[in-house]
Ligand binder design. Structure first.
Ligand code: 5GP
Length: 231
């Protein structure tokens, strides 16, 4: 397969006119690439979790780029990604705590939606709806659809994680246009792009690596085991 793009944690290969293969690398990075490691098994477990979550969302009516599972990755439709990241928060932690001085662990009910401009050089700054439509990163209609799908996906995932004895704290989504012109949920959905806590507040996500809290592969395997048992 022809390599189309290599990012920090994934490689995207061209399969045919409409399809790509998304391969997960063992590489894990944080703080915009400043902290790096390659724990064996990280790519494989992240791919299995992302596959399980995309299949669950697809089955529950969320349009996604996901097509079918593969070895250390999945097949997906080619998409033109919009440069907007949608973050949905059920609980305050991470950047919002620093930015707004909130108490870590504060429940955000209903969930809070935030937008970030996807730009590594700028460190993905937070933006408002006005910036997004003014600079043409997405139209008002696209923004409305992205917000609606993000909230629906979060409600579904929050319920799934609860059944698995875990709490979905926050999550980041990316969207793009598939070859048929449909706006679909794209990229990955995994503990790399979300925060997942147990009832004692232990992390089972990329914070394990960001904050040196333990073995990231073991934490992700636990998420996979628990999800597999309830999906
Ligand atoms: P925060 O804004 O608190 O740093 O992140 C909120 C949530 O979105 C977290 O679950 C975080 O992992 C995810 N997130 C936000 N931006 C990115 C990003 O550029 N890459 C990844 N992997 N996750 C992100």
């Amino acid at each position: 397969m022809h390599l189309l793009y290599e990012g920090k944690s994934k490689r995207i290969y061209e399969v045919d006119d409409r399809t790509v293969f998304v391969e997960f690398k063992d590489d894990v990075t944080a703080f915009n690439g400043q902290k790096k490691a390659s724990p064996p098994g990280k790519g494989d477990v992240t791919a299995r979790i992302s596959t399980l979550l995309f299949e669950y969302l697809k089955k529950n009516g969320i349009p996604t780029h996901y097509v079918r599972p593969g070895e250390k990755g999945f097949y997906a439709l080619k998409v033109r990604i919009l440069p907007v990241e949608v973050v949905v928060r059920n609980v305050a932690t991470g950047s919002i705590v620093k930015r707004l001085g909130l108490e870590k662990g504060k429940e955000l009910s209903p969930p809070l939606v935030e937008y970030f401009y996807k730009n590594d050089d700028l460190g993905d700054p937070m933006v408002c709806e006005g910036h997004i439509t003014y600079f043409g990163w997405a139209t008002e209609e696209e923004l409305r659809k992205m917000k609606d799908l993000s909230l629906k996906a979060t409600a579904l995932l929050t319920e799934l994680f609860k059944r698995a004895g875990l709490r979905l704290i926050d999550i980041k989504y990316e969207f793009g246009y598939d070859p048929d012109g449909n706006l679909v949920l794209a990229d990955e959905i995994s503990p790399d792009t979300s925060r997942i806590w147990d009832d004692e507040g232990r992390s089972y996500d990329k914070d394990v690596f960001r904050k040196d809290l333990g073995d990231i592969v073991e934490a992700y395997e636990e998420v996979y085991r628990r999800l597999r048992a309830v999906v």
